[in-house]
Unconditional design. Sequence first.
Length: 129
Amino acid sequence: MALKEFTYRGKTLEELKNLDIREFAKLVRARERRTIFRQFNEIEKFVNRAKTKSSRKKLIKTHDRSLVIVPKMVGMKIAIHNGKTFVPIEIAEEMLGHRLGEFSLTRGKISHGKAGVGATKGSKAKAKK
């Protein structure tokens, strides 16, 4: 059974990588389209900076969580700041059109354990014995 080839709005990844960032913006949803048109220069600077560093196989760190993922970023390893640490992420095809911050969660998962001694009225009575 052959794997299904990835397409985004009817275009393959190779076709998308050949597109200009502004041409790709016409394929995404309205909010991301407006963001790409506004941040066009910042996205290009980031991609160019990432390509020079990726030739040295270095992880690219960024605080800019609002950047929209474009096809030229696919395959890059990026560390996105979540407010405390940098979370390393490899950009995949399915992430196109999303923002970097969506993949670096700022709130961790909380798991509550059992109540400790003294946390409830019943446990205080047991602790005195």
